[in-house]
Design a binder for this molecule. Structure first.
Ligand SMILES: [Zn+2]
Length: 581
């Protein structure tokens, strides 16, 4: 029996791939990657690479690859369950046994109930009784595309509308109470929990509706009402809209107070906002966040309570190793109001002020060090002078060099001299070039097109399409409309492609790690290779069409026997041979 998904999620969450592999090998930090000498083959220069963003590893020399579990399997020579057990012990978790089967079945019913209820609420928004809700939504300036994106609905003013609908769909009262959609009233039967509220489905990272948040539209002391904790929903670790925000290009999150803030920010183009659900931010939230970003900007209400919450949030985030900055909203009570009053540009300016300022950067650097320790002071000085070297304003450099001088008790002129020297040598540019060169060398090794334009171009496009769909699962549907794995010249890649798409369509895909549950060991290695080859590329949606065109266009021209029957290994061998010539 497969292990429960929530157990596996937590195991992956607690088994950081850099930490785990770092406990076996000595890893070198290179930009966004880590490298080491490969433990699986003999080598003098490192080609073993760890990719924290996808929680995968891949060796460009011997083509071993996989996730944290496959690494432990291979390194410790264990089978899958033994490796899971070892990692669970390390993370202080217990591997669940068969008795969890019933719980798994119950969780499935809760998720189904939530999905059905979400449809009900959504349809209520366009019913007669939803008129008051539609007016509220219009007054708040929400557009149709936003309502659809977030699946916003309406819970009518009734104690039994949802219950009756759900009973009709085959859900028992007990199941509705389990899901937190109903509560048991004095007669012992079920009553609707949400009434006369705008309903926001809470969607987890797998795209499942795990709970609801209802915002009152009448005078009610409780502005937001959230589903209580259930077997599929823990307030202390769930963030509203993280399912969308984690894919945003900014590589940071904006933490706001309410769901309406998140949604109006999204509508204004800020896709990286999240909110907690009826609780202050917890260490567990911070843990979840740290899986995706290292930077969080806190944007709470400007009142007294908001200030207190901000200070608490900063402490909690920093304890999890996350850099926390503060966006101060001036001239409005929250971001929602600010955007309505002054537009998106006004909010953009506040973000820039919070995240780009010299002060923010220097504070961020200072937080990493204990300035009472001389060694740390030196490291901080090194970093601070690099930050100062980026400034183009002499006054700004002066002012902040003075501050750094105070912090480190180093003469200000010495600091200014160092800054000048750094500017001259443009060290940061050089580091960038080095990282680029490394990324490029990865790219070159795998730029199949340069070896055999017509034939291998197709295989390369196939591998890239797989990496692309992993990075942009939201594009899966439109990609599938044009192509399926059966169209691939390499059937191995085609099979992996199909399995990924199936998982995405079933809302079970969370990235490379969720795929490892359904792939054969060789396929895990192969997929980690495809992800590794594309690790230095930021794919855009239109690239999908380019790859698909390439695959379909060359398909008819391929000598089928040559390629269609080749395994990945054979293709790799062929490339090696060609390189040798
Ligand atoms: Zn190797």
């Amino acid at each position: 029996m497969p292990l429960p998904q929530d157990f596996m999620d937590e195991l992956h969450e607690r088994s950081d791939i850099v930490d785990v592999i770092g406990s076996y090998l000595s890893l070198n930090h290179r930009g966004r990657l880590y490298t080491a000498l490969c433990p699986f083959h003999n080598e003098k220069t490192p080609s073993f690479t760890v990719f924290p963003e996808t929680s995968s590893f891949y060796c460009f020399g011997c083509h071993e690859g996989g996730d944290v579990i496959s690494f432990v399997e291979k390194y410790e020579n264990l089978d899958y369950m033994e490796a899971v057990k070892l990692l669970a012990d390390r993370a202080g978790m217990t591997v669940p046994d068969g008795s969890d089967q019933r719980a798994a079945q119950r969780n499935k019913r809760i998720l189904e109930a939530n999905k059905t209820a979400g449809r009900f609420f959504f349809s209520m928004l366009n019913s007669d009784s939803g008129r008051i809700a539609r007016k509220y939504i219009r007054d708040r300036g929400l557009e149709d595309r936003t309502i659809t994106k977030y699946g916003i609905g309406y819970a009518p003013e009734s104690w039994g509308a949802l219950r009756d609908y759900m009973n009709g769909k085959g859900f028992t009262d007990d199941e509705l109470i389990d899901a937190g959609l109903c509560f048991r009233n004095r007669n012992g039967s079920a009553s609707d929990f949400f009434r006369q509220r705008i309903m926001f489905p809470v969607i987890d990272l797998r795209g499942q509706v795990v709970a609801f948040s209802g915002r009152t539209i009448v005078d009610d002391s409780r502005k937001y009402l959230n589903t209580r904790d259930t077997p599929v929903f823990k307030k202390s670790r769930t963030l509203f809209s993280l399912n969308f925000a984690k894919n945003s290009e900014q590589h940071r999150l904006i933490l706001v107070e309410g769901q309406m803030d998140v949604i109006s920010l999204w509508q204004a183009g800020f896709t990286e906002a999240v909110a907690t659900l009826g609780t202050a931010i917890t260490a567990e939230h911070a843990q979840v966040i740290s899986r995706y970003v290292n930077d969080v900007l806190i944007c709470y209400d400007s009142d007294e309570a908001g200030q207190r919450a901000t200070r608490r949030a900063i402490d909690i985030l920093r304890a999890a190793g996350i850099d926390a900055g503060v966006i101060e909203v001036v001239g409005a009570k929250d971001p929602d109001e600010l955007i309505k009053k002054s537009g998106a540009a006004a909010f953009r300016a506040l973000i820039d002020k919070a995240s780009g300022s010299m002060e923010y950067e220097l504070n961020k650097a200072a937080r990493q060090y204990n300035l009472d320790i001389p060694d740390d002071r030196v490291k901080y000085l090194e970093e601070a002078t690099s930050i100062l070297a980026r400034s183009t304003s002499a006054t700004e450099t002066e002012v902040w060099a003075g501050r750094v001088a105070q912090q480190t008790e180093v003469d200000k002129n010495t600091i200014l001299y160092t800054v000048q020297r750094k500017r001259n040598s443009r060290r940061s540019a050089q580091t960038r070039r080095e990282n680029d060169k490394f990324a490029q060398s990865i790219g070159e090794r795998y730029n199949l097109r340069s070896y055999e334009r017509e034939k291998l171009g197709t295989v390369s496009a196939e591998r890239r399409l797989v990496a692309l769909v992993c990075a942009h699962p939201d594009l899966c549907r439109s990609i599938r409309e044009r192509i399926s794995g059966e169209d691939f010249a390499d059937p191995g890649t085609g099979d992996i492609f199909n399995k990924i798409c199936t998982q995405i369509e079933n809302n079970e895909f969370t990235g490379f790690t969720s795929m490892t549950a359904v792939l054969e060991p060789e396929q895990i290695s192969a997929l980690s290779g495809m992800i590794a080859e594309s690790s230095s590329v930021q794919y855009k949606p239109q690239d999908a069409d380019f790859f698909i065109d390439k695959i379909l266009e060359n398909r008819s021209r391929l000598s089928k026997d040559e390629l269609a029957n080749m395994s990945l290994d054979e293709i790799n061998r062929m490339i090696k041979n060609r390189k040798g010539n």
